[in-house]
Every structure is written in structure tokens, then in C-alpha cells.
Design a binder for this molecule. Structure first.
Ligand SMILES: [Zn+2]
Length: 289
């Protein structure tokens, strides 16, 4: 009984207090809302909006996913699993053709959709085997055009190949150790003729030396001779160059000595023939041996 009275008294005292607290909190809430609506400080607004835009773009879509290569995985199968072109994964992880991966290898996979430019750039990169970073649409167009011209030149060259036979003379005595054309994933733009260090290198035809330097990376000491309007011959990896830029040479003149300067594993002559800027198979221009 005592407890009952007491609690009734307490209830009678509590109810108005609860009502007051409720009303106060409602008022505070309303005031807070009003403040939010009427006074959005510019800093808050810009800060938030910029944060949101970048947040949406990056942290959800382009955060790369880390994936370890498992048994039976191929770059292609991983690409298929994530819905991404495998060449993009290869590019992202600096994996080159023929795209070998190994068990436990770490791969970063960007989940954002591949852009068209990236794909065309990769295609062209694979075709020409040259690194073109950030290829713009214009350069892509130009490159595909160049490729077409190259292909036409090659096919027409193949047809006329017999007609050119003997137009040039062999630039060095030796055996062809590497042919013209695709060599693994790269193009070999000339032929390699193996010869001892210091063997004489001859001009393949009369013409003018238009380049004699070692600035072109990989070729070492390189000589380029122009014959007529559009035909060029190039002689790479020389030990010594015996002619200078601007010199007029005759077919058979000694122009250099065989060496292994530049990117060469041993002494040999790297010999190129170019129609304009297009490399063509030198064998088609040289007499039968
Ligand atoms: Zn070569």
C-alpha cells in the first residue's frame, strides 16, 4: 500500500517533467533543422560537395582490387571473371606479351570500366611494339594509317621483289644470323650478318651519308646512307665509323668496321633497307649468294 501511494505520487510529479523535456527537445530539434536549412556555410557546402564528387568517382569504382594468382588462373580467365579486358590488367601490372603469370603473383585489378582509348592504344602498342603513352585519337589515326601504308608497301614489295634483286651489294662478308621480320614479340627491321670484330663494312650502293652517330639507342655506332630519293641503307653496331655525315660514297667503299656497340650480344652488322621510313627485307635487294 505504501509503495503504491508513493509510486502514484511519483508518477504525478514525473509526467509534467517528461512533457516539458519532450517539448524542449522538439523545440531544439526544430531550431537545429532551421539552422541547417537557413545557414549552410559556404565552406561546409563546397567541402562536402567536392568530397562527394571525388568520393563517388574514386573510392568506389577505381580502387584497385588485390588478387593473388591461383592454380589454373590465366590473365584471360581473371579478366573474364572481373569483366575487364585482360590486356588492361596486363598494362596495369606491367606484364608484357605473352602475358605469363605465376602462382601467388599479386595483381591489381581496376574495376572501373575500360575506356575505349586504352584499348585502341594497347592494340596499337601490341602491333607496333613501341611504347606510346597516352596515345591521343590523332596519333592513333596516324599510326593506323602508317601501318596500312607499311602493309601496302610490304605486299607490293613482295610482288616486285625479284625486280630489286641485285640493286644493292652485300655490305659485309658473313652469314645471315638473324632474318628480317618478327623476332619473338618484336619486329627485326633488318638482317644481322655475323662477322669478326673489325671486318670491313661496305656501302651497299652509291649515295650520301645522312647519319653517322651513336645517338639512336640500341644501334650503337650507326651509319645511314641515302641512295637516290627514297631508298636508305643502315649499318648498325659498328666498332668504328670511317665516314662522316655529308660524305658521298660509292658502292663498295669501306665505310666502317664490324663491332658490337649498342644492343648487340656479339660482333655483327645490323643491316637495314628502308623505302622512305618503311623497313623492307634487305634480302630482296641483295644478289643471291
Ligand atoms: Zn639486328
Amino acid at each position: 500500500m505504501v509503495n503504491g501511494r508513493c509510486s502514484r505520487r511519483r508518477r504525478g510529479w514525473i509526467r509534467p517533467v517528461v512533457v516539458i523535456i519532450f517539448r524542449l527537445s522538439c523545440l531544439i530539434l526544430l531550431l537545429a533543422l532551421a539552422a541547417c536549412i537557413s545557414t549552410p556555410t559556404p565552406t561546409y557546402k563546397t567541402h562536402n560537395s567536392s568530397k562527394y564528387s571525388t568520393h563517388n568517382k574514386h573510392s568506389h569504382n577505381s580502387k584497385p582490387v588485390l588478387r593473388y594468382v591461383r592454380a589454373n588462373d590465366t590473365l584471360y580467365s581473371i579478366g573474364k571473371k572481373f569483366g575487364i579486358d585482360y590486356r588492361l590488367i596486363a598494362k596495369r601490372n606491367h606484364i608484357r606479351y605473352p602475358y605469363k603469370i605465376y602462382l601467388g603473383q599479386r595483381l591489381y585489378i581496376d574495376r572501373h570500366a575500360p575506356r575505349r582509348n586504352d584499348l585502341t592504344a594497347i592494340k596499337i602498342k601490341n602491333a607496333s611494339k613501341k611504347s606510346h603513352k597516352k596515345a591521343s585519337k590523332k596519333t592513333i589515326k596516324r599510326k593506323t594509317h602508317q601501318k596500312k601504308v607499311k602493309r601496302i608497301a610490304k605486299s607490293s614489295h613482295r610482288n616486285k621483289a625479284k625486280g630489286y634483286k641485285g640493286q644493292l651489294r652485300w655490305p659485309v662478308k658473313g652469314i645471315v644470323t638473324s632474318k628480317f621480320g618478327r623476332r619473338g614479340s618484336r619486329m627485326h627491321d633488318g638482317i644481322d650478318i655475323g662477322a669478326k670484330e673489325g671486318t670491313r663494312v661496305y656501302a651497299a650502293a652509291s649515295g650520301e651519308v645522312v647519319y653517322a652517330d651513336s645517338r639512336l639507342s640500341g644501334y650503337g655506332k650507326l651509319i645511314i646512307i641515302r641512295h637516290g630519293k627514297n631508298l636508305f641503307t643502315a649499318y648498325g653496331h659498328n666498332r668504328r665509323m670511317l665516314v662522316r655525315k655529308g660524305a658521298k660514297v660509292r658502292a663498295g667503299d669501306v665505310i666502317a668496321q664490324v663491332g658490337h656497340t649498342g644492343r648487340a650480344s656479339g660482333p655483327h652488322l645490323h643491316f637495314e633497307v628502308r623505302q622512305g621510313s618503311t623497313p623492307v627485307n634487305p634480302i630482296a635487294y641483295l644478289p643471291h649468294r
